[in-house]
Design a protein around this ligand. Structure first.
Ligand SMILES: C[S@@+](CC[C@H](N)C(=O)[O-])C[C@H]1O[C@@H](n2cnc3c(N)ncnc32)[C@H](O)[C@@H]1O
Length: 259
């Protein structure tokens, strides 16, 4: 059970708030006759935050979830008390942030996107290699997939953050380019791809190389944006002339064995 909460921290964070609620009600209920309304709400929110943070910590979630658990009821309550603002936009904002970033703590891969210059270089690379199929592992909003799909090329992406996946899927449906699938990159079949692209973080690179070097077909190519595979020499490193001086690390598959 604890493993589930560590894997999907948002569930643990929600559970902590839900469990804290009746405790806070039980403690503050009897005070309602003796304490004024506004200070009582303040005490309740503070208690809710403290208990929720305690539970979040006991579930083994990362430290910044404790901070969120503590601040969330206070922020929600203050907004309601101060400006007579409706509470639902804060709830929706919380949910959206969770849907976009909930996988960040798990996979240590945040969301940032490949720029159009890099996508254009990747397209030229596919053209030069006459590559017909490509896969973007952790495709974000699917920009690379849509940029590379077409003219005989099939581009696909796999993404596991729910809201990001939905947005990518919608964008690809609207412009009719690329295929986006919801899933875990670690469980994705890469054996049929001519090119696999990833723009992740340093954390997964060693494990990812183990998977790709074992599963991709000989003659195919793995391209990593910005993050090299530790202890493996890339065949080439391309430094692009875009503003962030993007570096692409190219790893041909099966080259060592063939040579
Ligand atoms: C840095 S973004 C890159 C997005 C896109 N490839 C691009 O270059 O524009 C990395 C993406 O990988 C996704 N991701 C992280 N771990 C993943 C996993 N295990 N399976 C699928 N997607 C994952 C994240 O949600 C995020 O959208």
């Amino acid at each position: 059970m604890l493993a589930l909460f560590r894997k999907t921290p948002i569930l643990g964070a929600l559970l902590a708030q839900v469990v804290a609620l009746p405790v806070v009600a039980a403690v503050t209920g009897p005070l309602s006759t003796s304490v004024e309304r506004v200070p009582l709400i303040g005490i309740a929110l503070l208690l809710q935050g403290l208990i929720a943070a305690g539970i979040t910590g006991a579930l083994g979630l990362a430290r910044w979830w404790l901070l969120i658990a503590f601040l969330f009821p206070l922020a929600l309550g203050s907004a309601m008390l101060l400006g007579n603002l409706p509470a639902w936009p804060f709830g929706i904002a919380f949910l959206l942030l969770a849907l976009v970033f909930s996988n960040t703590t798990r996979g240590r891969v945040p969301l940032y996107l490949t720029n159009p210059e890099t996508a254009s270089v990747l397209k030229d690379l596919m053209r030069d290699r006459k590559a017909a199929r490509m896969l973007d592992l952790g495709c974000g909003l699917g920009g690379v997939v849509r940029a590379l799909d077409g003219e005989g090329r099939q581009a696909r992406g796999v993404e596991n953050a729910p809201a990001v996946y939905l947005a990518a899927r919608l964008l690809s449906a609207v412009n009719g380019k690329g295929k986006i699938r919801r899933g875990d990159l670690w469980r994705t079949d890469v054996s049929g791809e001519d090119l696999v692209y990833a723009f992740l973080s340093p954390a997964p690179m060693a494990g990812l190389w183990q998977k790709l070097s074992a599963e991709m077909k000989p003659g195919s190519l793995f391209v990593s944006n910005s993050f090299p595979v530790p202890d493996v020499d890339p065949d080439e490193i391309w430094e692009l002339s875009d503003a962030r001086k993007t570096r692409l690390f190219l790893y041909p598959i099966g080259k060592a064995e063939a040579g």
